[in-house]
Design a protein around this ligand. Structure first.
Ligand SMILES: Cc1ncc(COP(=O)(O)O)c(C=O)c1O
Length: 421
C-alpha cells in the first residue's frame, strides 16, 4: 500500500472498493450523472452513510449528541488539515493585539498546523510533548504554556494529534480525560486530529476517541466542551491519499456558529466520485453478510500486523545506532529519533548558517543518497536534534535496508572530521 499514489494493487483497497461497487453500483448508476457539485447540509446523494459516519468511526453510538458530520467528500476538502481544520480555525480566529486568538499546538507538530495558523495570522501557542516519557502530553506543560500565552493573546483552541505525527505516540485515556478537563476549565475549543486512529501497535496502548471519552465523562463535559475531530481516507490501513476523502465531526458547536461553518463548507465544490465512494465504505466497511467481508478482514488484519512489525523493527534497529535514541513507535507511521551531534558538527552547521539537524540530513543525503527529514521542521526543544523517520518503508528485505540506512546514519555521526572538539 502506498499513501503517495493512486494505487489499486492492495487487496485491502480492493475489498473496500469492491464492497462499494457491489453494494452501491445500482445506487451510483442512478445518481452519477447528477453528482452534486455543491454541498448542502441535507444532501445524502453520493455519501449515503454520512449519518452513521460519526458513530462508526468513533465507536460511540447515541442519538443524544448534537453531532454534525460534514461530508467532506461532497466538498472540495482536498486536504484534511489544510481544508477542514483551516475552515474550523477560520471561525475561531479574530481580534487584534492582546485579543488576537491563540491556538495551542504540540511541539513537535505536523507542520501543516503551524502553517495554517501563520496563514490566518493566529498566535501559535506551543506546548512541548515529553520526549523522556514516550512523547506523552503533560497537563502541567499545557497549563504553563497557556499562562504564558495569556500575557500576549487570547487562547481559544487546543489541537491534539493522536496518534501522533511525527512522534508516533498514543495518548492514554487518562491523558485524554485530563485534556478534556483542562479544555473545559479554560473554555478552549478542542480540535482532535485522529487520522491515525487504526494505527496503534504497542502493547498496552489503545486508541480512545476524544468524543467517546468526552461523552463518558458525564453531562458536565459532554454538554459543554466544544470539539471538532478529523478523520481521513489517506491514513490507517487504507492509506489512499489519491482519493481525497475525509470528514470533520463537530460536537457542542453553538447553533449560530454552525450556520456559519455550514456556509464556509458549502462554498467548496465537490471532489471526484471515487473519493466519495471510498469514504462511504470507510465509514461503513464490509459487513459479515457481504461478499467482500472475508477478504477485507484478512487484508486489514495482515496490513496492520505488517505495520506493527515494521514499527517495532524500526525502533529496535535505530536504537542500535550509537548517537541515536528512538522512543517506542506506539502508533501512526513515524518515529522522531533524537540524534546526538558532536560539538564540531554543531559548530560547522552554524558556520554554514544551517540548523544542525538540517546540516546532518544534508550531509547524509550528499554522502549516501539517503534523505531524512530534519526535526527542526516539526519543532523541538532548543539544543535537541532529531529527524523524522517513516516506518512504512516497503522493501522485501526491510530489515536489511533499514540496517543499511542505520549504518549510514551512524557513519555520518561518527565521521572523524566531525568528532573533534
Ligand atoms: C496528523 C495529520 N493530520 C492530517 C493529515 C492530512 O490528511 P489528508 O491526507 O486527509 O489531508 C496528515 C497527513 O500526513 C497528518 O499526518
Amino acid at each position: 500500500m502506498s499513501s503517495h499514489r493512486y494505487r489499486m494493487d492492495s487487496p485491502t483497497q480492493y475489498g473496500l472498493v469492491c464492497c462499494s461497487v457491489e453494494r452501491q453500483k445500482l445506487f451510483y448508476v442512478g445518481h452519477c450523472e447528477s453528482t452534486p457539485c455543491f454541498s448542502n447540509e441535507g444532501e445524502r446523494t453520493v455519501f449515503p452513510h454520512a449519518d452513521s459516519a460519526h458513530t462508526a468511526m468513533t465507536r460511540h453510538r447515541s442519538s443524544l449528541y448534537e453531532v454534525m458530520v460534514f461530508k467532506t467528500a461532497l466538498n472540495t476538502f482536498n486536504d484534511l488539515s489544510l481544508s477542514m481544520c483551516q475552515t474550523m480555525l477560520k471561525l475561531l480566529v479574530s481580534g487584534e493585539g492582546m485579543s488576537r486568538t491563540g491556538v495551542m499546538i504540540s511541539i513537535p507538530q505536523y507542520p501543516l498546523y503551524s502553517a495554517a495558523l501563520a496563514d490566518l495570522g493566529a498566535v501559535q501557542i506551543s506546548y512541548y510533548l515529553d520526549e523522556d516519557n514516550c512523547w506523552s502530553l503533560d497537563i502541567s506543560e499545557l497549563r504553563h504554556a497557556l499562562q504564558e500565552a495569556k500575557k500576549h493573546c487570547s487562547p481559544r483552541a487546543l489541537c491534539i494529534i493522536n496518534p501522533g505525527n511525527p512522534t508516533g505516540q498514543v495518548q492514554s485515556r487518562q491523558c485524554i480525560e485530563d485534556v478534556i478537563r483542562f479544555a473545559a476549565a479554560e473554555k478552549l475549543f478542542l480540535m482532535a486530529d485522529e487520522v491515525y486512529q487504526d494505527n496503534v501497535y504497542a502493547d498496552g496502548c489503545k486508541f480512545h476517541s476524544f468524543k467517546k471519552v468526552l461523552f463518558e465523562m458525564g453531562l458536565e463535559y459532554s454538554e459543554k466542551v466544544e470539539l471538532a475531530s478529523f478523520h481521513s481516507t489517506s491514513k490507517c490501513y487504507m492509506g489512499e491519499c489519491g482519493f481525497r476523502g475525509g470528514y470533520m465531526e463537530v460536537v457542542n458547536l453553538d447553533p449560530e456558529v454552525k450556520v456559519q461553518l455550514t456556509k464556509l463548507v458549502s462554498v467548496r465544490l465537490c471532489p471526484p466520485v471515487p473519493g466519495q465512494a471510498l469514504l462511504d465504505v470507510v465509514v461503513n466497511p464490509p459487513q459479515p453478510d457481504e461478499p467482500s467481508y472475508d477478504t477485507f478482514i484478512k487484508e486489514r488484519t495482515d496490513t496492520l500486523a505488517t505495520l506493527a512489525e515494521k514499527a517495532s523493527m524500526t525502533q529496535e534497529i535505530l536504537n542500535q545506532v550509537p548517537g541515536i535514541k528512538c522512543n517506542p513507535v506506539q502508533g501512526a507511521m513515524y518515529t522522531f529519533p533524537r540524534i546526538h551531534l558532536p560539538p564540531k558538527a554543531i559548530l560547522e552547521a552554524k558556520e554554514k548558517a544551517q540548523v544542525p539537524d538540517m546540516f546532518y540530513c544534508m550531509k547524509l543525503l550528499e554522502e549516501t543518497g539517503i534523505c531524512l527529514v530534519p526535526g527542526s521542521g516539526f519543532g523541538q526543544r532548543d539544543g535537541t536534534y532529531h529527524f523524522r523517520f517513516f516506518s512504512l518503508y516497503t522493501n522485501k528485505n526491510d530489515e536489511i535496508s533499514l540496517g543499511y540506512v542505520c549504518d549510514k546514519c551512524s557513519g555520518v555521526l561518527v565521521q572523524k572530521e566531525l568528532m573533534g572538539n
